[in-house]
Design a protein around this ligand. Sequence first.
Ligand code: NAI
Ligand code: MG
Length: 323
Amino acid sequence: MKVAVVEGDGIGPEVIPPACRLLEVIRPDIEFFPVEVGYGRWVRSGEAVTDEDISLLASADAILFGAVTTPPDPGYKSVIVRIRKELDLYANIRPVWGEGFDIIVVRENTEGLYSGIEKIEADSACTLRCLTRKGSERIARHACKLAGSRRNLTIGHKANVLKSDVFFRDICIGVAREHLVSFRECYIDSLCLDVLMHPERYDIIVTTNMFGDILSDVTAYLVGGLGLLPSGNIGDGHALFEPVHGSAPDIAGSDTANPIAAMRSAAMLLAFTGDEESSGLIEQAVKNTLACGIRTRDLGGTCGTKDFSKKVCNELIALLKCV
Ligand code: NAI
Ligand code: MG
């Protein structure tokens, strides 16, 4: 299996190597190759991501991605949004689980407010929120597959204000009925509060691009922060796994970033490629480390990124000896 590795900017180069290390330990057969994209690359070469980079990423069986910093330049287009679009990674899967709840946010990942159709003029600015039947149907189908017959689907939208969300909601309802999935619908703003107050009421939540982006950061509150949440960007031909968090420039270089989100993204990558067992072992190694009371600063601990990563790796090696 060939895995493309993008460390990216900020804390990316601090959290991705330890995640790769776990993959190396558990799956020595994986062939890694680096792809450099992002702000640092843009500063040096004037280009944040090129067509060749996209082709390289497309040649991998799966991609492990850190995060990319968005420069303060209105001409700069988001690197990750471009990669998601060009590889058609239409389903952004963001699981968040804890005591008494197990939620998956399924975010449409290629259209909506992140359509890229926009302009800024002297006295006005406009971003087009484009949704298509094809895009809405396929994300609804993906969510229904995850829901199956056992789990409930919540459709998050703002159809009381946005016509595009009347369109999205109605398509999701149609697909849910077709798949015999039990569903309810909810306005996204009240959903953001209710998911925090009653997380146990939710299973699969499907929503549009920006609402899903916001909702997944909101749900991070349930588990103690962004340092814990992984995600998968899945298409029919490619898949990219990355932490939900960004490049966190405020803590970059300070050895305080929590690498768990990156490690769990690596675990999601393995599960996606069919290796559920190795994926479960990475998850267990993280769990065992936390159970020893070892934590990074964001979770109230004092352990640095490097030491924490070493501890998880040692846990994984110990688990492998028992298998
Ligand atoms: P962020 O997710 O990078 O950081 C938000 C807050 O959470 C910060 O206080 C940060 O220190 C903290 N945090 C994030 N990850 C953490 C970790 N692993 N351990 C401990 N603390 C952590 O979001 P922000 O600040 O809005 O964006 C920073 C940059 O990242 C921006 O340039 C943004 O465009 C970019 N970004 C890139 C993404 C991607 O490449 N997929 C996704 C989100 C943001
Ligand atoms: Mg985000």
